[in-house]
Design a binder for this molecule. Structure first.
Ligand code: Q9C
Ligand code: ZN
Length: 678
């Protein structure tokens, strides 16, 4: 089980035979560049390579009229003049004598990928295809697209594999109006597209690309358009779109399969998109989608015309599909005003159709009963900016593998054996390692840790932590005796900070007291932030403490946040997508600690989803601390997600209670001025 890469060299055959500045960017070098990038990074070799076969005419007929298919078939025997004349009948299209063959290979490759994923041959995969598909319609080629690869795949998954819910994520920078038209009245296909729109002034200049187009009849609410009204959208804008629009709907929809219309004209450098998202961003977007549909996800190439940007972005996606941790996301994590306006408008349009949006679309009316301590934030001067924020986008060239992928993906420091836990075979066990001298010193500071058993547990844990901090191990799970949980946290935090971690995110679940490091260190969280910047080097800025279902009901300061655990799946998802991940991405930590303390109240699938998604912000560096008494099932589930597998389904979507939502909304309103992704 792994990742499929579907390709056929013949798909480089179709090319523009005459002068046309609009169409010349859709060239054979696009596929060559993407494939070369994958080879260069050693990624092609790690995939299951499948050679594409032509789709049958019956398969084309799932979407296209037989007259249209016959018309395209005829182009095989046309002269250049005839091809040019036919091309003119469509908008932004060129035909070549090999177009019919290539376009059938593109559909065939996509269907082979769907088969491989749905029959369990692989977990996921990428179809590298030309021509692209998402603009193509029942009886019309459009925007370089001949047959609608992804739309045919969705129909095929329904018909041949009996699926009932398919999510299509179209992150190409153009609106896939072809897909929208084909499924606009079909509630079994949720179609999400973001696109350069500029209030209708960008191609294809359609009124129905705007946010208020949301489907027809039974399909209302199952078309989701997020128009970008300015160019220059970057990593934070794309992340915000996923966290605040796509993912809430996607979890509620609960797809059985995810198809991605993966165009990379939405990436930096592309002449069509004029956007600024860096290749790393696509690793993060991929990782977020991988928690859906049990990880059954198929990527199909659409646009992408800057060869190097395209190649790097494709590599980022495939690397993530293979299970490597996503690299750190560069750039300031603040979406722009125009992006926030677009996000807000699509949320308003979709709210009547989605419970996940009804939960928190309304403005906050009044504070919750526990009035929060407003200690530090009132002192922040309005409008202060931080010099450190203006991080320039790193150069495009040769950034892949800047932080090498650790040799070990997941390690555990547990008392139970791997057999009892049924862990993946390549999970490393930190067993019986002798305590280093420095570890002893560290531990002796805490009398409660002095007993032999606790000492041994902490020793194992610190070996694991050192492995993560040294880049030998990506993520891990360690058991801590409940009696010494807080002392353990303290030791871990101390260790991280003294080992060069600049920013540490602690997500503490349940009744865990805040560690000494936070409580004693001159009141680190009471230090007035003078620059509003979460990543400057003041001591208090180095730890973000986020306690869910702790002893404090709901409190906040910029770096010390406490919130109740909502009691329903809907409330839980709002908390994760709307609070925890925006804070985590905004903080840009070097490492994330997930501590499951007494009475944490999370079900195993919830803990798994939280842990899986917290791998994004810190480049995969996550240490999960569980109580020694934690059930083997919980430990196993966590080990599997840290190892790169999709978390189990959360169960049916239940709307959050008004109290939960009010508490969350109030907290978010307080934190919004400082945490721009909220
Ligand atoms: N400068 C795909 O990306 N030309 N198709 C737009 C605006 C047509 C894009 C002109 C672009 C078609 C798959
Ligand atoms: Zn495009």
């Amino acid at each position: 089980m792994g990742t499929a890469l579907v390709y056929h060299e013949d798909m480089t055959a179709t090319r523009l035979l005459w002068d046309d500045p609009e169409c010349e960017i859709e060239c054979p070098e696009r596929l060559a560049a993407a494939l070369e990038g994958l080879r260069h990074c050693g990624l092609e070799q790690r995939c299951l390579r499948l050679s594409a076969c032509e789709a049958s005419e019956e398969e084309l007929g799932l979407v296209h009229s037989s007259d249209f298919v016959a018309l395209v078939r005829k182009t095989q025997a046309m002269t250049k003049g005839e091809l040019q004349a036919l091309s003119k009948q469509f908008d932004a299209v060129y035909f070549h004598p090999d177009t019919f063959h290539c376009a059938r290979l593109a559909v065939g490759a996509t269907l082979q990928l769907v088969d491989a994923v749905l029959t369990g041959v692989v977990h996921n995969g990428f179809a590298l295809v030309r021509p692209p598909g998402h603009h193509s319609q029942r009886a019309a080629a459009n925007g370089f697209c001949v047959f609608n690869n992804v739309a045919i795949a969705a129909k095929y998954a329904k018909q041949k594999h009996g699926l009932h819910r398919i999510l299509i994520v179209d992150w190409d920078i153009h609106h896939g109006q072809g897909i929208q038209y084909i499924f606009e009245d079909d509630p079994s296909v949720l179609y999400f597209s973001w696109h350069r729109y500029e209030h209708g002034r960008f191609w294809p200049f359609l009124r129905e690309s705007d946010a208020d187009a949301n489907g027809q009849g039974q399909g209302r609410g199952f078309t989701v358009n997020l128009p970008w009204n300015q160019v220059g959208m970057g990593n934070a804008d794309y992340l915000a779109a996923f966290l605040h629009v796509l993912l809430p709907l996607a979890f509620e929809f609960n797809p059985e399969l995810v198809l991605v219309s993966a165009g990379f004209d939405s990436a930096i450098g592309d002449p069509e998109g004029q956007m600024r998202a860096t290749p790393e961003c696509f690793a993060h977007l991929t990782q977020m989608l991988q928690v859906l549909a049990g990880g059954r996800i198929c990527f199909v190439l659409e646009g992408g015309y800057h060869l190097e940007s395209l190649a790097q972005s494709v590599c980022m996606v495939v690397q993530t599909l293979l299970g490597d941790p996503a690299p750190l996301l560069p750039g300031p994590m603040a979406p722009c005003q125009s992006a926030l306006e677009s996000i807000q408008s699509v949320r308003e349009v979709q709210a009547p159709h989605w419970k996940s949006l009804q939960q928190d679309v309304s403005p906050v009316l009044s504070p919750i009963t526990h009035s929060p301590e407003q200690r530090s934030l009132a002192l922040i001067p309005e409008g202060t900016t931080c010099k450190a924020v203006g991080t320039a986008l790193s150069p495009l060239l040769d950034r892949l593998g800047l932080r090498p992928t650790p040799p070990v993906r997941t390690a555990v420091a547990l008392t139970l054996t791997s057999a009892a836990l049924a862990l993946p075979p390549d999970v490393l066990h930190q067993d019986g390692l002798p305590l280093r001298e420095e570890t002893e010193v560290c531990v002796r500071l805490h009398e409660s840790l002095a007993q032999d058993e606790a000492l041994a547990a902490i020793g194992k844990l610190l070996c694991l932590l050192d492995g993560i901090l040294d880049g030998q191990v990506s993520s891990g799970i360690a058991a801590t005796p409940a009696t010494v949980a807080v002392a353990t946290l303290d030791v871990v935090i101390q260790r991280c900070l003294s080992h060069g971690a600049q920013r540490l995110l602690c997500v503490a679940l349940g009744q865990l007291d805040q560690p000494l490091k936070l409580a004693d260190d001159g009141g680190v969280n009471r230090v007035t932030c003078m620059c509003m910047c979460p990543w400057c080097s003041l001591p208090g800025r180095r730890i973000l403490w986020l306690n869910i279902r702790g002893k404090e009901a709901a409190t906040w300061s910029m770096f010390h946040i406490s919130t109740p655990l909502p009691g329903t799946t809907g409330g839980f998802l709002s908390c994760i997508l709307g609070l925890v991940l925006p804070l985590a991405y905004g903080f840009q930590p070097d490492l994330v600690l997930v501590a499951l303390g007494p009475a944490h109240g999370l079900q195993a699938p919830q803990a798994a989803l939280l842990t899986a998604m917290l791998q994004g912000p810190a480049g995969g560096r996550v240490l999960a601390l569980v109580e020694e008494e934690a059930t083997p099932q919980l430990v196993r589930t966590l080990a599997h997600v840290l190892h790169g597998e999709a978390p189990p389904c959360l169960g049916s979507f239940l709307m959050a209670s008004p109290e939960d939502i009010q508490a969350l909304m109030y907290l978010k309103a307080q934190l919004k001025p400082q945490w721009k992704l909220l």
